[in-house]
Design a protein. Structure first.
Lengths: 389, 229
């Protein structure tokens, strides 16, 4: 009960000095909105990035060692993975599956239009491991092809459409692939997938451009990598081995740091708001020295005087933080629309939790800013405070 | 009015000296003061400005402690008490009446009177006793809800006296209670204090410049340069 008396004092003083209280509250609101919006933006960014990545981080990618990019042009490079190397990989990673892949880009004619797209050559048996069908059927036989989702969309391909590869022959689209998103291994969204044997004959290329190993037990991904390296890179470096888990982690860590950084910038504005609370609380103490002297002389304890000012800081902090928390949802909405063109990452727990962080930081900062003025007020000498005019 | 052996002094100064250390040299505000005040006494303190009257009153009110010597209030050595104990003593046993009334500007007249009682009991529903005390100060009902800034000096001082009385303290300390009031209002305030001393048995110590006001007291202590003469 006694507490609410001092709480009353605080409320009345906030109301009496409503204008400067308002300014302090606005400061806190801005700080909280900044910290929460930045946090939500950073988190949405991380979510958006990880969503657009197809890979869950269960693949090891083996490419020929030659400045990394060897083998990208069709038949244009000697740096390829030979059948012998693929066999060595198979042995090293068994029972995990090894998928050898041909890849290149080619000029194609669809109807009357000429276009360029990526061409992947895969053993039809391996296709279901890597890719999903949206429409039509999986590849069977050498005269068919599957089109990537974006490629099909851009070129108005349907099941049954024909694609003519310059000098290589004509292929019938048997299926459209589901959109896969950006991958570290293959990106068939903007290309087509053909039978490995057909590719081999069409481009007269025996050896593979890359191989993917799908690791079932994610905790063994490092060992799998090491086993491949040991097999192939013992004498000289023949292949480059990367695992998608490491890449994924690197990217997510980088974005995590960016979002921490932006949140910290929001935090700075909250500190500024804290300083303004400190400032108005000091004004409040200085103006009320005489009143504090009266309160003390008629029997108000030090800790009771302290609580009056802490309540005042708390009231300002709670009002500012709660309003800021509500507004920051709009702020997060606006910034999401502006920067990500979507709000699908806004109403998820990992984003909304920033609202609570923001409110907590707002209230915490206010209380912290109230500590010194409250301490100062409670330690005034009653007589000197009474003599103060 | 000397201390008879049977009677216990409510306030007792024993060789009390109060020195304010200032950069330009120490100020001896009280110099070796010894004095006893009995329960039910009504004492006026007079003396020139700067002679140490307020210092003496502040010591009695536990707002300050002696530089040397000992001061007993209700038998307890003030110098050995913690700040919290001194504050509780002020709240429960001492009533302060100031020249500038010193009401709390955020609170209404009634709330100002309630404040010390809520401090003491924690009970915020104690309006009845407070209204009763305010009424006994001859303050009109419609003024109870007014803020101090909306009251005249005499009305403010009535509220202040009601506030000092609400916890039923044994000791009332008044530093020039009529100093800011006209003669007529001042004498009606003095009638109230006299009544409190005679009917309620309050021990009253009052600082004043006005010999007419000092007449209300049983005895007058004169103080010059920090010494009782
Ligand atoms: N807090 C203080 N600090 C320094 N000097 C003080 C203080 N309070 C009182 N004094 C000095 O002590 C002396 C007595 O003051 P005071 O008791 O207020 O006198 P009075 O009330 O009789 O006018 C004066 O010289 C005054 O300047
Ligand atoms: Mg004085």
């Amino acid at each position: 009960m006694q507490k609410s008396l001092f709480f009353d004092f605080a409320i009345r003083n906030v109301r009496l000095h409503w204008f400067r209280s308002l300014l302090a509250v606005i400061g806190i609101i801005i700080g909280v909105v900044a910290i929460v919006s930045m946090g939500i933006l950073g988190n949405s960014l991380v979510l958006a990035i990880s969503d657009s990545l197809s890979t869950v981080g269960d693949s090891v990618i083996i490419t020929p060692h030659a400045g990394g990019m060897g083998g990208m042009g069709i038949g244009g490079s000697d740096d390829l993975l030979t059948e012998r190397m693929i066999e060595q990989i198979r042995r090293a990673v068994a029972p995990d599956v090894t998928i050898p892949i041909y890849s290149g880009s080619a000029r194609m004619t669809i109807g009357t239009e000429d276009t360029v797209g990526v061409v992947y050559g895969l053993d039809p048996d391996d296709i279901p491991i890597l890719l999903e069908v949206e429409e039509g059927a999986l590849l069977k036989g050498e005269s068919g092809a599957m089109a990537g989702a974006k490629f099909a969309e851009d070129n108005e391909l349907k099941v049954g459409s024909r694609i003519t590869l310059k000098d290589k022959g004509s292929l019938r689209v048997v299926g459209i692939l589901k959109e896969r998103g950006m991958g570290f291994d293959i990106n068939p969204d903007y290309g087509i997938v053909v039978d490995g044997n057909w590719y081999q004959k069409a481009y007269n290329q025996q050896d593979y451009d890359m191989a993917i190993v799908k690791v079932k037990d994610l905790s063994r991904i490092e060992q799998t990598k090491d086993a491949i390296e040991k097999q192939l890179n013992r004498r000289e470096t023949e292949v480059d081995v990367i695992d998608t888990k490491a890449i994924l982690e690197t990217i997510l860590t980088a974005f995590g740091q960016i979002s921490t950084f932006t949140t910290a910038i929001g935090g700075i504005s909250l500190i500024v708001a804290g300083v303004s609370i400190l400032n108005i609380m000091m004004m409040s103490v200085t103006e009320r020295i005489k009143e504090i002297g009266v309160l003390r002389s008629i029997g108000t304890q030090r800790k009771e005087v302290r609580s009056i000012f802490l309540y005042e800081a708390l009231v300002l902090g709670v009002i500012g933080s709660v309003i800021g928390g509500v507004l920051s949802i709009f702020g997060g909405y606006a910034i999401s629309i502006l920067m990500l063109q979507t709000t699908e990452y806004l109403f998820v727990p990992s984003s909304l939790v920033y609202v609570f962080y923001g409110i907590a930081f707002g209230i915490g900062t206010s209380l912290l800013s109230g500590l010194y003025p409250a301490w100062k007020a409670s330690n005034l000498n009653p007589i000197e405070a009474l003599r103060h005019e | 009015m000397s201390t008879s052996p049977g009677e216990e002094a409510i306030i007792r100064f024993r060789d009390v000296t109060k020195i304010y250390p200032l950069p330009g040299g120490d100020v001896v505000a009280l110099d070796n003061v010894s004095l006893s005040i009995l329960p039910g006494d009504f004492i006026a303190i007079m003396g020139p400005s700067g002679s140490g009257k307020s210092t003496l009153l502040n010591l009695m009110g536990c707002l300050d402690t002696p530089t040397s010597g000992t001061l007993f209030i209700k038998g307890r050595d003030v110098g050995s008490m913690t700040d919290e104990e001194q504050t509780s003593l002020r709240r429960d046993h001492i009533g302060f009446i100031f020249q500038q009334f010193n009401l709390i500007p955020l609170l209404t007249a009634l709330e100002n009177v309630q404040y010390p009682l809520i401090l003491k009991t924690g009970d915020r529903t104690c309006t009845e006793r407070c209204i009763e005390v305010l009424k006994s100060m001859d303050l009109q009902d419609h003024l109870f809800s007014h803020k101090p800034s909306e009251l005249s000096g005499g009305q403010q001082q009535r509220v202040a006296i009601a506030r000092s009385l609400v916890n039923d303290p044994e000791i009332l300390l008044a530093d020039e209670p009529t100093g800011n009031l006209d003669t007529k209002t001042g004498s009606s305030i003095m009638d109230l204090l006299k009544d409190l001393n005679e009917r309620k048995g309050k021990t009253i110590i009052m600082v004043t410049h006005d010999p007419g006001v000092a007449k209300f007291a049983h005895r007058t202590i004169r103080i010059v340069d920090g010494k009782i003469s």
